[in-house]
Design a protein around this ligand. Structure first.
Ligand code: GLY
Length: 346
């Protein structure tokens, strides 16, 4: 796909408001929109703490007294110690609650920057500049922040809505091909959450359509009492594959397999027909994403991990497609899980 088919530099092609009353904020999408950051800074801010990683070649210029704080690359750094270090660094610099934190990077960076911003001085404003497709259509929007504990992913965190999210499509140009494609796995879920044939749209419109679906879910259910959980379509097997393969699959790749699996589970339960399963496979195939578990992973490896998903309230819970669209289904029978696994591996 042409990532850089472009409108004008610094041009906002789409603005989507996440309307949460006095915490409402815009998500701007377009080429060069990160250069509009000054429009979104809190008027009280004198300093900007930019949280990023050394391998992210994206600069922002807030026009304020600005300092860059780099964090390590990879999930191993998405831990409480990194937030502690960031907060200590902020304190030593003299950042205060009138200032601003800016997260520039993928989901790990914006989750960490958002969490640090939410607890430092009991909360300072944060602006996100997501530099991955996955960040632009999901992670940076909606206020979920967090870190991993030894016991599991994202077990410690907060809801801390940003003041703005700037989805600069130019930043995607430097993404390695595999990482960009993995982001399409997260995008694929929006096809089945009301997005329709997103693969036919140019990139800016795809991102905007995905952000709109996400924003609607967040506005309806900020703290994930119900509807927001639908955003985890494909994630129950996806998370299990990430863990059981020791992250041999990227998150979006694992979600892609998980989406096909969810379709097979829904079919095994008689919720959808073969054509609808084929449509799931068509979308994942159109994005050139995997549809099978990696070699060496068996049902016995993933089945025990389904129950550990923190969204599971009772037995094994899946988001499943059906006549009324995707919905949360509790107590999915083991026979359906097994039959779907067999279909996935066929
Ligand atoms: N990534 C799912 C959510 O933000 O709720």
């Amino acid at each position: 796909m042409d990532r850089s088919a472009s409108a004008s530099e610094n041009g906002v092609e789409h603005t989507i408001m996440v309307d949460l009353g006095d915490r409402a904020y815009p998500v701007e999408i377009g080429h060069g929109v990160r250069h509009r950051i000054r429009e979104h800074l809190p008027t009280s801010a004198m300093r900007a703490a930019v949280v990023t990683q050394t391998n992210i070649p994206v600069e922002v210029d807030t026009g304020l007294e600005q300092r860059v704080f780099t964090i390590g690359d990879g999930e191993a750094h998405k831990v409480p110690a990194t937030v502690h270090e960031l907060c200590r660094d902020f304190a030593q610099w003299g950042l205060n609650r009138n200032d601003v934190v800016v997260g520039v990077g993928g989901g790990i960076v914006t989750d960490l920057a958002g969490f640090a911003a939410s607890v430092y001085h009991r909360g300072v404003p944060v602006i996100h500049v997501p530099t991955t497709l996955l960040g632009q259509i999901d992670a940076a929007i909606g206020g979920k922040t967090g870190v991993n504990l030894v016991e599991g992913k994202n077990l410690m965190g907060s809801y801390w809505q940003p003041a703005a999210v700037l989805c600069d499509l130019n930043t995607l140009d430097s993404l390695p091909e595999r990482e960009f494609r993995a982001g399409l796995g997260e995008l694929a879920k929006y096809h089945f959450l009301g997005g329709g044939q997103l693969d036919e749209l140019p990139l800016a419109q795809r991102v905007a359509a995905s952000v709109r679906i996400k924003a609607d879910a967040v506005m309806a259910d900020e703290r994930e009492g119900g509807r927001r959980a639908l955003l985890n379509y494909g994630h129950t097997l996806g998370h299990a594959l990430e863990t059981s393969s020791d992250h041999a699959l990227l998150h979006g790749e694992a979600v892609a397999v998980g989406i096909v699996y969810a379709a097979e589970v829904a079919a095994a339960m008689g919720r959808i027909d073969a054509d609808r399963v084929a449509e799931h496979r068509r979308v994942i195939g159109a994005y050139d994403l995997p549809m099978r578990p990696p070699p060496g992973i068996d049902f016995g490896d993933v089945r025990p991990l389904f129950g550990r998903d923190k969204k599971a309230l009772t037995g094994v819970t899946f988001i499943l497609d059906g006549d009324a669209g995707c919905e949360i289904v509790d107590d999915v029978p083991d026979e359906a899980l097994e039959a779907a696994w067999a279909a996935l591996c066929r």
